[in-house]
Structures are given as C-alpha cells and as structure tokens.
Design a protein around this ligand. Structure first.
Ligand code: NAP
Length: 255
C-alpha cells in the first residue's frame, strides 16, 4: 500500500527533469498527480501516460508561470482536474518545482533576465502557495525546490541563486504561519542533476560535473524525487521550515 493513497498533489514543471521524476514517484505512492507544464504538452502527456500505465492516476495542466494571470490559469486547470477526478477540490501536496536557469557573468546579466528569474522562480511560488492555502487541508505538505547554489558560490549564477534564496524564505516563514494547521513547508536543494540540457549528452562533461558530489556522479532526477516524496509523506510530519541538502554532498567542499 503506497504512502500517499487518497492524497492529491500538484507538481509544477513536471513534464521534464526533477518534476517528472517527482510526479511519477508521488503517483507510485498512490497520489493523484496534477502534471503541470508550460509549453511541452507532449512531454506532460507522456508523464501522465506512464503514470497510468503503472496503475497510477494523473492529469496534465498547462500554465506559463511568471506572466500576468499565471496563478489563475494554473488553478483553473488544477481545480477542474481535481473536481473531475475526486468530486472535490482539495490539494494535499504542493511541490513548487518549475524553475528556469540563466547562466551568465555578473557583467552580462540584464534587468530583463533578472526580472524573469525572479518572476518564475520566486514570485510564482509565493503566489501559488497563497492561492493554494484555501484548498490545502490541515496536515498538507508544501515542498519548494531550491538549489545548492544558495550555499555554494558560482558567480555565473548569482541572479539564479538570488531567486532561490528568496524561495528558501517561503519554507521558513510559511512554516511558522501554517504550523497550527499541521501543514509543513520545506526546501529541497538539489546539486547538479541530469535534465534535458544537451550538456548531459556529453560524457566528459557529465564526468566532470559528477566531481562536485562526494559520490562522484551527477544526480538522476529520481534521486531528488525520492527526497521530495519523503517530505510529501506523513513520515516527515515533525520537520518543517527546513533546508534539505540534496546535493549528494557537493556542499561538503572539494576533496
Ligand atoms: P527542467 O528539466 O529544465 O524542466 C523545467 C520544468 O519547468 C519543465 O516542466 C518546464 O515546462 C517547466 N517550466 C519552465 N519554465 C516554466 C515557466 N515559465 N512556467 C511554467 N513552467 C515552466 O528542470 P530541472 O532541471 O529538473 O529543474 C527543476 C527544479 O530544480 C528547478 O526549480 C531548478 O531550478 C531546480 N534545480 C535544478 C538543478 C539541476 O541541476 N537540474 C539543480 C538545482 C536546482 P515545459 O516542459 O513545458 O517547458
């Protein structure tokens, strides 16, 4: 029997990468999962199909985040899907995973790049949580995906790291606010994790990136999805407001 039977979950940005692995893992535990995407409808539908083939339940919803009306569109699709699949509108687990990375030197970071990073990575999760509060029952779970770069300096990713620093504040402050309702809020911070970026097709680069981790490899998306699944379950009930280092020991420093 899965640990999330009878629960509902929204994983933003779950058409690919860490979000995809998280959606599949939560569904394997029995949750009905809303698979959210921005543009890649076929990838999102593939995720739904693989969940269904494995005996799970999921539906896809589209909404571009970081633009006016984003949260309204997201919740229109979410609430319709929840109503259709469960006959009610309740969201037990929210995973704020969708995010963008801009890698450029401090000198070449433009105000537009900065604003977009903040809009997608930081502003959208805040207003998604705000909007979700009325449909998350007591005992719910909120997990926000951060990055090891809030603890590990890389000057080419300052603006990205700043946006994730803001994301980490969501756990601290919402955890205090929502504790009386037994809703936990935590940050999970991955290190280098395989995704659809073409660099992961170049073995020498992957080997080099693997050296950040004490385990000598890059993370697979499932390595992170499994950590998120713990925070989605009842097993994590006594942990809230935390920062979870899911970098495979990258923050321990170089050997
Ligand atoms: P990814 O493979 O690049 O996939 C990004 C996902 O987010 C896709 O589902 C994409 O939808 C969605 N998305 C992107 N921009 C969006 C927007 N403006 N509105 C709505 N959805 C949007 O991502 P990932 O590498 O797995 O990263 C997932 C999370 O982990 C991100 O928050 C990222 O910052 C964080 N992280 C990743 C790494 C890493 O090494 N991969 C390391 C540290 C932290 P479409 O498919 O429709 O485009």
């Amino acid at each position: 029997m899965g640990k999330l039977v009878g629960k509902t979950a929204l994983v933003t940005g779950s058409s690919r990468g860490i979000g995809r692995a998280t959606a599949i893992r939560l569904a394997r535990e029995g949750a009905l999962v809303a698979v959210h995407y921005a543009n890649n409808a076929s990838a999102a539908h593939d995720v739904v199909t693989s969940i269904e083939k494995a005996g799970g339940r999921a539906f896809a919803i589209q909404a571009e985040l970081g633009v006016p009306g984003d949260v309204q569109q997201l919740f229109a699709g979410l609430e319709q899907g929840l109503e259709e699949h469960t006959g009610k509108v309740a969201l037990d687990i929210l995973v704020n995973n969708a995010g963008i990375l801009v890698r450029t030197s401090p000198e070449t970071t433009t105000p537009d790049m900065f604003d977009r990073l903040m809009a997608v990575n930081a502003k959208a999760p805040f207003f998604i949580i705000q909007r979700a509060l009325s449909i998350i029952p007591d005992g719910g779970r909120i997990i926000n995906i951060s990055t090891g770069l809030t603890r590990f300096a890389n000057p080419e990713e300052i603006a990205f790291a700043m946006s994730k620093g803001a994301v980490e504040m969501l756990a601290r402050h919402f955890a205090k606010y929502l504790g009386p309702r037994n809703i936990t809020v935590n940050s999970v911070a991955p290190g280098v994790t395989r995704n659809s970026n073409p660099v992961f097709n170049i073995p020498e680069v992957v080997k080099q990136l693997g050296h950040f981790s004490t385990f000598g490899r890059v993370a697979e998306p499932e390595d992170i999805g499994d950590v998120v699944a713990f925070f989605a379950s009842d097993d994590s009930r006594w942990v809230t407001g935390s920062f979870v280092d899911a970098t495979g020991g990258s923050l321990l420093g170089s050997s």
